[in-house]
Design a protein around this ligand. Structure first.
Ligand SMILES: [Mg+2]
Length: 256
């Protein structure tokens, strides 16, 4: 197992790190935009052969802040796993302010919601364990996950601190069947880093992202175009990517 605390941050200076990250993000987002074109081009701008689709993975750490803190504590000798008890990551409770940033699955049984005040969460569950956020740890965990993903493709895009897209299209020749490879990645992250992820596999970023939102945690889902009718159509409209509360209301008004 890789100790998260031993994982070295790749860039020594924060300024340099952000510069490289921004540069990398611009290049990758440009490549991925081109990948998402209806024309279906690959990152080197060559048309993809007819009948051959892109293969995109979306990798999403489950309850990231909470499971990263739990994994770190377990690796440092803690006997209690925060993921198995009612617990949340949130602001400073002693100063009586802050909100729930992430929650464990057992805390959901008490109706605790991400974004609610710690005071309100404590009212719902008096035994709730509250841990403060640790952003340095999150960057290390995010980097460790990113590093594993980069072994499977030269094109990995960070979508947020705990989410990445990976273009597997040209990796199939080397690593084999995409679903099997995605499963291997999921298991490697769990075994080597100590936390779980959901992975969605499809032919573009939007479908891959929606696939990873299906049942959680520690699950692998596919959502290929020919599976949309069975897997996507029965879902409520608010499950569509980018459909928020306001759009949901508008769509429901129009009987969608
Ligand atoms: Mg996540």
């Amino acid at each position: 197992m890789i100790l998260i605390s031993d994982f070295s941050i790749k860039f020594p200076l924060e300024k340099e790190r952000m510069f490289l990250y921004d540069r990398e993000k611009r290049i990758l987002s440009d490549k991925i935009c081109r990948m998402s074109d209806a024309k279906q081009t690959n990152c080197f701008d060559n048309p993809v052969e007819e009948g051959i689709y892109m293969i995109i993975f979306h990798i999403d750490a489950n309850s990231a802040y909470l499971s990263w803190e739990a994994a770190y504590r377990i690796q440092n000798g803690a006997s209690v796993d925060l993921r198995e008890i009612p617990s949340v990551v949130g602001g400073n409770e002693k100063q009586r302010h802050g909100i729930v940033l992430a929650k464990s699955i057992p805390s959901k049984k008490y109706g605790i919601q991400t974004g609610e005040s710690l005071y309100s969460a404590r009212q719902k569950c008096p035994d709730l364990v509250v841990v403060p956020p640790n952003y340095d740890l999150y960057i290390k965990c995010s980097d460790a996950m990113y590093q594993i993903l980069c072994e499977y493709s030269p094109i990995v895009q960070r979508f947020s601190v705990d989410e990445c897209f990976l273009d597997y299209t040209d990796s199939e020749k080397r690593f084999g069947d995409p679903v099997q490879a995605a499963f291997t990645i999921k298991e490697r992250i769990k075994k080597e880093l100590g936390f779980t992820v959901n992975i969605g596999v499809s032919t573009n970023k939007i479908l891959a992202k929606m696939a990873s939102e299906f049942k959680k945690p520690d699950k692998l889902h596919t959502l290929f175009p020919d599976e949309m009718k069975d897997k996507l159509w029965p879902l409520p409209v608010e499950d569509l990517f980018m459909v928020g509360r306001a759009t949901t209301q508008k769509l429901k008004k129009n009987k969608y």
